[in-house]
Ligand binder design. Structure first.
Ligand SMILES: Nc1nc2c(c(=O)[nH]1)N[C@H]1C(S)=C(S)[C@@H](COP(=O)(O)OP(=O)(O)OC[C@H]3O[C@@H](n4cnc5c(=O)[nH]c(N)nc54)[C@H](O)[C@@H]3O)O[C@H]1N2
Ligand SMILES: Nc1nc2c(c(=O)[nH]1)N[C@H]1C(S)=C(S)[C@@H](COP(=O)(O)OP(=O)(O)OC[C@H]3O[C@@H](n4cnc5c(=O)[nH]c(N)nc54)[C@H](O)[C@@H]3O)O[C@H]1N2
Ligand code: SF4
Ligand SMILES: [Mo]
Length: 735
């Protein structure tokens, strides 16, 4: 076979870098950035470049594997689907559909066909015990969007090129890129370009991140107190009349938020967040006086118990300084379909409260913080079976040890993944996943999340391993096998069977129900683009210009205005202000925070050969003062304790930032098993989320407090000098 070039894009992160893939004999020879992609390629990184190493992962699951005793044996899909269907039906019959729980991870969000049919399967089962990654990621934005803009899904896009002032809170785009729910390709470099043109860059982060290093001002805040800092900024904006009275979008509740901000004492707020009042005043003045600007809050903020309040205050700062729908502020990209409407159709709010903690769903899902107890606590509604798709919750969520114990007691655990990781240790069935290089399709839900009007149909570069079904196909077949209607809609299964019959009769596989139908329908519903036209643009299609003026129309509040002071946030903020933490932290004097590693992706990719060098980042970063106080030298191993658990890591001493803070990246310490050859699991580094308890959550977003966690650090080997080989020891192979 001759070499071919496939143009597509990388699905690992929201940068969605255009790629030029060279393929021969169903093998990827190289992946390069596609410089003809009109939207994104400049962020292209080694993760994208080495993506084929995951396709060829030596421990890849290539056939359904059934657990028999302590081993896995290969099985056909026929056997897998029939056994899983029977077991699920038995559990449903005995205990009701909510006894089947589910968790979907970050990569499923990049797989449109997979996620649509996943929801279809969950609807078929009828379970409301649905858990997803949002509760350890961006749930707080959904809550704030819902309260302020009237819909859980109205992501605002930063307009970085035109800003004169950036206040970046709890984000590190120099490492993680300028992405969260939305994407701004090459955003960090464009911020730096704006800075070179004179824009002001203020970074709020307890540690001296790469992003903070580039800032005009780095505010090394006390972890977990962004709400106080941002309220202080609002206080100054109002006190010095730096807010704007005329705004592009109508605002409600400005008087209420002003009253509350002014009632707070700046000195008190300064004391709470460990930032001098003078610095808060200075930041507020610079931001308020800048003609154009934006305040952004990301995961450093969302992963704290006050993450939603801080997210709200950041959004309120933008609103009252007229940064919404203005150049250099945050705008709405209308895309080629109505995202909020589609979201409400495809992710209809599942009205359900958790059995034990009585929490509602957010964006249709429950919080990972509750999953372990919902499995282990006996009684009606107890979860007895779990389906996990493209997720590693034992590592990405809080108190993985508790979740691991919970998974061990399930009657049925089915994992759909590329490899067997920590969370799949107790799986009764391992079902192969497909890699994005093996799939094609359009992701209509990205419309409105991309910075510019852009659409790209992803192309399949290589075929999945022989016989492996794409995720959507497996989910659909399982619903059929259970004889429960996909999407919970009567007649759907009969329709699917009829379409399959037609496909057989006509010899045209396209006549069998498939995700392309849904993609096409969605594009049609937007009445802006034609599906076939999108498919024709092999480098992706920039179909319009950046526009302003769409925010007011996109608002879903009944009065079509932005609500700056949602009553429940106001009330909670008043409570927070009235409280003074009296907790002494003598036993756990340090605060644990998180960082990301440029060339690994959450809890995966760190084992990929091409990214091995990144393992040197799996260390505990300490401020020199703390290291000196503890008598620790660079490279020495320490044990970090919290009330929930303990981990061991080598130390790296990093100057700058705030003393009293220890940084450990998440996503490490996840075992990668070898279910086929039974070789020893590989475990890279330590899982810092073992230190996180599952009870402390942000009450609004239900996000566990992954950051700002009180911990204690202990030297493991007093007297031991610097160990040159310390970081390489983070790579351990378990016996
Ligand atoms: N302390 C701390 N914890 C955090 C964070 C933090 O900042 N600090 N960040 C949080 C955030 S933002 C996120 S998004 C979560 C991520 O949390 P999760 O989504 O639960 O975990 P991932 O590490 O993304 O695991 C993805 C899994 O999907 C598999 N996979 C990859 N691609 C595919 C595919 O195409 N098909 C299938 N079937 N499987 C696939 C991988 O092998 C891997 O096992 O972690 C969260 N946890
Ligand atoms: N290379 C790489 N890129 C990624 C990912 C990855 O895993 N690897 N993950 C992707 C995903 S899923 C997401 S959601 C995005 C996330 O993107 P970001 O939100 O930018 O995530 P981080 O790079 O972890 O940056 C969070 C910053 O918050 C700081 N921080 C910690 N605690 C606090 C606090 O209490 N207050 C303040 N103000 N700051 C705090 C940390 O020091 C850190 O610098 O990145 C995406 N991009
Ligand atoms: S992982 Fe790297 S190559 Fe892939 S989309 Fe993100 S930045 Fe681009
Ligand atoms: Mo994320």
């Amino acid at each position: 076979m001759t070499k071919r070039t496939v143009y597509s894009f990388c699905h690992y992160c929201m940068c969605l870098c255009g790629t030029r893939i060279t393929v021969e004999n169903n093998k990827v020879l190289s992946i390069e950035p596609d410089r003809d992609n009109p939207f994104s390629w400049r962020d292209f990184c080694r993760k994208g470049k080495t993506a084929a190493q995951v396709v060829d992962h030596p421990r890849r699951i290539k056939t359904p594997l059934k657990r028999v005793g302590e081993r896995y044996v290969p099985a056909s899909y026929e056997e897998a689907e029939s056994d899983i269907a029977q077991r699920l039906l038995r559990i449903i019959e005995r205990h009701g559909p909510d006894a089947v729980g589910s968790y979907s991870g970050n990569p499923l969000g990049f797989n449109f066909s997979g996620s649509i049919f996943w929801n279809g399967l969950l609807d078929a089962i009828g379970t409301r015990n649905r858990f997803w990654v949002g509760s350890v990621d961006q749930n707080n934005t959904h809550v704030v969007m819902e309260q302020m803009y009237g819909t859980e899904m109205l992501a605002l896009i930063p307009d970085v090129d035109h800003a004169d002032c950036f206040v970046l809170v709890g984000m590190d785009p120099a490492q993680s890129k300028f992405v969260w729910v939305e994407t701004v390709p090459d955003g960090w470099n464009r911020v730096l370009a704006a800075q070179r043109r004179g824009a002001d860059l203020i970074v709020v982060d307890p540690r001296r991140s790469t992003t903070a290093e580039a800032a005009n001002t780095h505010v090394a805040i006390l972890p977990g107190t962004d709400w106080a800092f941002l309220l202080g900024v609002l206080h100054v904006l109002f006190a010095e009349k730096l807010q704007r009275s005329i705004t592009a979008v109508p605002l409600k509740g400005v008087d209420e938020i002003r009253a509350l901000a002014l009632s707070a004492s700046l000195d008190d707020l300064a004391d709470r967040c460990g930032v001098p009042a003078e610095t808060i005043r200075d930041v507020a003045r610079r931001f308020g006086r800048a003609q154009r600007g934006m305040c952004l809050t990301h995961t450093g903020v969302s992963h704290t118990p006050t993450g939603t309040l801080a997210e709200w205050l950041g959004a309120a700062i933008n609103a009252v300084t007229d940064r919404l729908d203005r150049p250099g502020g945050k705008r709405v990209e209308r895309g080629y379909l109505d995202l909020a409407q589609i979201w409400s159709k495809f992710a209809p709010p599942v009205k359900h409260r958790t059995r034990l903690r009585d929490n509602p769903t957010i964006a249709g899902f429950h919080s990972l913080a509750e999953l372990a107890d919902e499995i282990t606590t006996p009684g009606e509604g107890q979860i007895r079976a779990m389906l996990i798709a493209a997720g590693n919750p034992v590592v990405s969520g809080p108190d993985g040890a508790a979740l691991d114990r919970a998974f061990a007691q399930l009657e049925l655990l089915v994992a759909i993944d590329l490899v067997q990781r920590e969370s799949h240790r107790h799986a009764h069935w391992l079902i192969p996943g497909t890699h994005f290089l093996e799939r094609e399709g359009l992701h209509p839900l990205f419309a409105g999340l991309t910075e510019l009007p852009f659409a790209q149909y992803a192309r399949q570069a290589v075929k999945p391993p022989t016989g492996v079904k794409e995720e959507w196909q497996f989910f659909m077949d399982l619903a059929l096998r259970m004889d429960r209607n996909l999407f919970g809609k009567p007649g759907v299964n009969a329709f699917i069977r009829a379409s399959r019959w037609l496909a057989r009769m006509t010899g045209n596989p396209e006549h069998a129900m498939n995700p392309r139908w849904i993609e096409r329908l969605l594009v049609m519903s937007g009445r802006r683009l034609k599906y076939d036209d999108i498919r024709k643009h092999e480098h992706g299609w920039l179909y319009g210009e950046k526009e302003y003026g769409h925010f007011a129309k996109a608002l879903r509040t009944p009065d079509k205005s932005v609500h700056c002071a949602p009553p429940k946030f106001l009330w909670a903020l008043q409570q927070t202000l009235a409280e003074r933490s009296t907790r002494t932290r003598a036993e756990y004097p340090m605060l644990l925070i998180n960082r990301r590693v440029r060339e690994s992706m959450n809890s995966w990719l760190n084992e990929t050969e091409g990214l091995f060098a990144q393992q040197r980042y799996n260390v505990a970063e300490l401020h020199p003062d703390d290291a000196m106080g503890l008598g620790i030298v660079d490279g020495e191993w320490v044990r970090i304790h919290s009330p929930a658990g303990q981990i061991e890591l080598p130390v790296r001493i990093v100057p700058g930032g705030r003393a009293g803070v220890v940084t450990v990246p998440h996503g490490w310490g996840s075992a990668i098993y070898d279910p086929v050859n039974n070789d020893a699991p590989v475990r890279l580094g330590a899982n810092r989320n073992l230190l996180i308890d599952r009870h402390e959550i942000d009450p609004f977003s239900q996000t566990p407090a992954l950051n700002a966690k009180p911990v204690r650090i202990e030297r493991i080997s007093p007297g031991l000098g610097p160990r040159a080989d310390a970081t390489t020891q983070a790579l351990r192979v378990e016996a």
